[in-house]
Every structure is written in structure tokens, then in C-alpha cells.
Design a binder for this molecule. Sequence first.
Ligand code: DX5
Ligand code: ZN
Length: 224
Amino acid sequence: MPNDLFIAPSILSADFTRLAEATAMVEEAGADLIHLDVMDGHFVPNLTIGPPIVKALKRVAQRPLDVHLMVADPDRTAAWYVDAGADLVTIHIEASTHTHRTLSAIRAGGAKAGITLNPGTPASAIAEVLPFVDLVLVMSVNPGFGGQSFIETSVAKVAEIRGMCRKLGIEPRIEVDGGIDALTAPRVVRAGADTLVAGNAIFCADDPVAAIQGIRRSVLAEMV
Ligand code: DX5
Ligand code: ZN
């Protein structure tokens, strides 16, 4: 059990007319990061936010902004999000051609760099760039929408990536995104994850504050 489990509520499931309030609410409830889902209608079949919203939320957020780019050609646009104030920028291996260059540019811009992979992409696809990232994001749903069911094979993928990191003697954070709730959270943490994204499980709950605490408690309960 990581002694610094991070919970990153995804504001994709929040009320888009009240993003500042949603951010403040989850921060108050103990969120460690604010997860922002950028979708371009090309890489994924949905369209969400871009740099202006990241920039606006940066003005009000107390916690680091964790920006997940689900866009075609992040090599061209990742820097926009660093400039907008993202603390962490994560790009998809499937969408990037010059991945090492882009990860280096994100870091050079002063942000942390993350790499992510779709459920259908093997862990080996990110092997060459693992030494150059601060975070690996394992997608446990096909990106594009909140509220989808957790894909079971993600647990083994988290374990495999944690093993690859151990062999390299590195400890990037391992984040899991999609279908995370109090049932799936302990399973991925046991496999080696230390950062959990949750959208629907938090924002669609009757009591979002209790939902965040419930996810954290589910992990603690499982690990004792
Ligand atoms: C999916 C996004 C996720 C999404 C997770 O494409 O990357 O961050 O908001 O939502 P839930 O937790 O509802 O699966
Ligand atoms: Zn996401």
C-alpha cells in the first residue's frame, strides 16, 4: 500500500457550468490532484475542454492539475497545456510519434510528464519511454466517456508495468483511469497503482465527499 495514495477526481463528470465549485468541493474533500480530460473529437469520439479552461481552473485550483490529453498529435499541442498551467501533462502512446521528444519538452516546460496507454495497447509499447516519465496512466476503459465499466485486464497490466519499473529501478506514479470506485480501487492499488482517477463514482454520488472518503477507505481496509 503506498503511504501516499493520490485521488484525482475527474471533472468530466462534474457540472460544467460550475467547474470552480466542483473543484473546490473535491479539494475540500481531500482530492490530491484535479484530473482534466481533454478530448478532441478525433483521437476519441468526444470533445471537451482545451487550454482556456485549463488556464481558468489554474486560477482557482489549490491542487495540481493533472491534464490527460486524449488528442491526435499531442506532439504538436502538449506545450499549450504546459503554458496554460498544467502541473502534469499525460499523452497517449498511440497518438504520439516523437514521444521521447514530447515528454522531454513537457518537463523542460516545467511540468511533470505522463504516458498513457489504451486498454488494447500492451504494456511493452511504453517500455522505451518509461525512464523519461513521472507518471504512467493505465486506461481501464476505452477513453472518451465517463461512467464506463472497468476492464478487468487492467489489473494485470498495472502489475506488469510496476514490475517493468522495478527492473529499471524507477518509481513513476502509476495512475488508473476508468471505472474506479470503492470496489475496483483496492484491486488496482494492490497491483501497484498509487494514483486513482474517479469521475462518476464521485460526481454522480449522492454525497461526493463521502464517495472520495469511501474510495480512500476501501484501499486502506484492503491493505491492512
Ligand atoms: C475517460 C476519461 C476518464 C473519465 C473517468 O475517457 O479519461 O478520466 O472521466 O470517468 P469514470 O471514473 O466515470 O470512469
Ligand atoms: Zn482521464
